[in-house]
Every structure is written in structure tokens, then in C-alpha cells.
Design a protein around this ligand. Structure first.
Ligand code: FMN
Length: 351
């Protein structure tokens, strides 16, 4: 069944969740990636893997960027392949911030964060396998402005590359969520301290990107109460207030959608408050089955459901849902390995 509202017109309610797959050799989108996304064009909306808006945002190995002419040209192959089937495609803008390693960054570029507090834990590098996260350099006031300007340029590049819009990744412990979290953001300027200040980075990016490319072309992904990327939990009331504030601001800018990456810790109250404050489309994601998705859509809390791993392993997920057929299981050993194996070779029901 199609989904239609002021900002989004989709051929169905099925969304492919953003998934990093590390196939972008030299951070360039390529033919193999075009084939992968094109195989999954049964989705009404595809949200791409996290893509770096600037060189210092390339925290992971082999993730794509959208800051160079060559990257724009590479993405054009992907968008034109996907559009052949009336599928919409948004580019996820992911600035990894302190989650990353110097070895994954171009020479001379430094890992940055809201502060110099490093993330505990390790990250994969092509140079030496798993290594501790590098210590980030705290962004200066001018540095913050430069990163925001980088998002604006990246969003314009995405439109030039043929995307229908961009999704701002404000979830899962990356730079925007690092700014939201008071255990990582110890800034004393107007991007740190109060809830409003910690949210300012997210709010200014959303506002400026919407002004640059059009509000209907901007969505944002959030993960209230997530502790991914070594983000320590903080005061529950402050979390609730943070997301109410964000939903209100995103509503004020008229963004196309909020995409919520749910987890066990997300209180129902937070979800309901976002629903009340935000008049646009709400997408829910995480551990949905077709049955759970149907129930959620009928219940009316979410407007669209995104599937991650089921789409990764089932290029024809739409047909499998329609035929109530068993799903392929993902091969976890090839999630982030280069090449076609475990990427474009999952079997489909009908050829
Ligand atoms: C291999 C892999 C890569 C992922 N990369 C991203 C990413 O780049 N950006 C993002 O927002 N979420 C990312 N996620 C999270 C998914 O979007 C989704 O929230 C998660 O898989 C749970 O949904 P599922 O149960 O339908 O798989 C990734 C998940 C997987 C399995």
C-alpha cells in the first residue's frame, strides 16, 4: 500500500534501514554498491549506509563520503539504479566524531569530538585489525561552525548526486549524539551545559540543511537512551526533555521525518511525547518482523517501519513478506568485508 503525506510519497510502507557495509574502497561509491541497493529496490524508501559529510567523519574503514566530486559521481550510479523502480533513496549523513581511528582517516586529518574524551573500546582498521579508538581533538568554536557548514555542503552534494533527501544521523553514539550526552560533552560554550545548548548542534544542522535543500528532503535518526559508542546513560528526566526539545525544533523546521532506532531502554513516554510534538512522518526500526510491523502500523504509533538485517540478507524482502516466506539469515562474517561475497549474493525467491 502506498504511503502519502505532504513530504513523502512512497510506493509502500517498507523502509530499508541504514547499514554500513564497508564496500566503498577509497571511500568512493561504486558499481557493486549500485547493484546492492538496486537489488533492494522493492523498498518504498532506502536509507543508505552512514556516509561521511567531511574527511574527518570517516571513522570506519571503507565507508563512503559525499564531500568530493568523485564521490558525487559515484553516488549518481546508485541513485539512478534505484530510481528505475520508483523507490526513493535518502543518503544518511553520518559524522562518526570520536568513534574512529586515525588509521581510517585520510593522512593529515584528525579525529574530532565535542571534547577530548576518547570512546572506550576498539574499532576495526585495515592497517592493524582491532585497535583502541583514537583520542579525539575537541572542536573549537570555529571548528563546530565548520562541521555544520560541512553538513550543508554535503546535503547539497547529495541532491546533486540524485538523492531524494538526506537523513541526519543523530543516533547510535556518533557526533551529534556525542554533543547531546553530558558525559562526553563538557563544553563551556553555547554548545555545552544546558539541554538547549547540548541540542544546539543538532538543531542548527537540521535548520541549516533544511534551509539549503528544502525541509521535505530532510529526515533525522535518533536513538533515545542508547549507550552505543560508549555513551554513558544520564538523568532520565533530562533525556526525556532533550528529545521533547528536539522533536519540537524538528517540527518547527518542518522536517520530513523522525526515524527512531528503538532499544529496550527507550521509555514509552518518550515515544509518545515525540509523536505529540512532531507532526511529520515517524519511522520505527529495530528487531521488527513483518507481523510486528503490521501490528505497529495498525496501532498508529509509527507511520513506516524500517528493516535492517532482514533487508541485508533478503534483497526481495517485499516479495517474501507478501508471500509469507521464510527469510535468509544474515552472514555475520561478511557484514563489513570488501567484495561481493555476503553482499550482492543473497538468494532471491523469483529471478
Ligand atoms: C551491518 C549493519 C550496519 C549498520 N550500520 C548503520 C549505519 O550506518 N547507520 C545507522 O543509523 N544504523 C546502522 N545500523 C543499524 C540498523 O539501521 C538497524 O537499526 C539495526 O540493524 C536494527 O534493525 P534490524 O533489527 O531490523 O536489523 C547497522 C546495522 C547493521 C546490522
Amino acid at each position: 500500500m502506498p504511503y502519502t503525506n505532504e513530504a513523502l510519497n512512497l510506493k509502500n510502507h517498507l523502509v530499508m534501514a541504514p547499514m554500513t557495509r564497508s564496500r566503498a574502497i577509497n571511500n568512493l561509491p561504486n558499481d557493486l554498491m549500485a547493484e546492492y541497493y538496486s537489488q533492494r529496490r522493492g523498498a518504498g524508501l532506502i536509507i543508505t549506509e552512514g556516509t561521511a559529510p567531511a574527511p574527518e567523519a570517516l571513522g570506519y574503514a571503507r565507508i563512503p563520503g559525499i564531500f568530493s566530486g568523485e564521490q558525487i559521481e559515484g553516488w549518481k550510479i546508485v541513485t539512478s539504479a534505484v530510481h528505475k523502480n520508483q523507490t526513493k533513496i535518502f543518503l544518511q549523513l553520518m559524522h562518526t566524531g570520536r568513534v574512529g581511528h586515525q588509521d581510517n582517516l585520510p593522512t593529515g586529518i584528525q579525529l574530532v569530538g565535542p571534547s577530548d574524551i576518547a570512546a572506550a573500546g576498539q574499532i576495526f582498521t585495515d592497517t592493524a585489525g582491532m585497535q583502541d579508538h583514537s583520542a579525539p581533538v575537541a572542536l573549537t568554536g570555529q571548528g563546530v561552525k565548520d562541521v555544520i557548514a560541512g553538513y550543508v555542503t554535503a546535503a547539497k552534494n547529495a541532491i546533486e548526486a540524485g538523492f531524494d533527501g538526506v537523513e541526519l544521523h543523530a543516533a547510535n553514539g556518533y557526533l551529534i549524539e556525542q554533543f547531546l550526552n553530558p558525559n562526553v560533552n563538557n563544553r563551556t560554550d553555547n554548545y555545552g551545559g544546558s539541554i538547549e545548548n547540548r541540542a544546539r548542534f543538532a538543531v542548527e544542522i537540521a535548520q541549516q540543511v533544511a534551509a539549503a535543500i528544502g525541509k521535505n528532503k530532510v529526515g533525522v535518526r535518533i536513538s533515545p537512551n542508547s549507550t552505543l559508542g560508549d555513551l554513558q546513560a544520564y538523568d532520565a528526566d533530562a533525556v526525556q526533555e532533550t528529545y521533547i526539545h528536539l522533536a519540537r525544533e524538528f517540527n518547527r523546521f518542518g522536517l520530513a521525518y523522525i526515524h527512531i532506532s528503538l532499544n529496550q531502554q527507550t521509555p514509552k513516554d518518550t515515544l509518545l511525547a515525540i509523536r505529540t510534538e512532531f507532526e511529520g512522518t515517524l519511522i520505527y526500526c529495530n528487531t521488527f518482523t513483518a507481523e510486528k510491523a503490521e501490528a505497529e502500523l495498525n496501532g498508529g504509533d509509527a507511520d513506516l517501519i524500517a528493516f535492517g538485517r532482514p533487508f541485508l540478507a533478503n534483497p526481495d524482502l517485499d516479495e517474501r513478506i507478501a508471500n509469507n516466506t521464510e527469510l535468509n539469515a544474515p552472514d555475520f562474517s561478511t557484514l563489513y568485508t570488501p567484495g561481493a561475497k555476503g553482499y550482492t549474493d543473497y538468494p532471491v525467491l523469483f529471478n
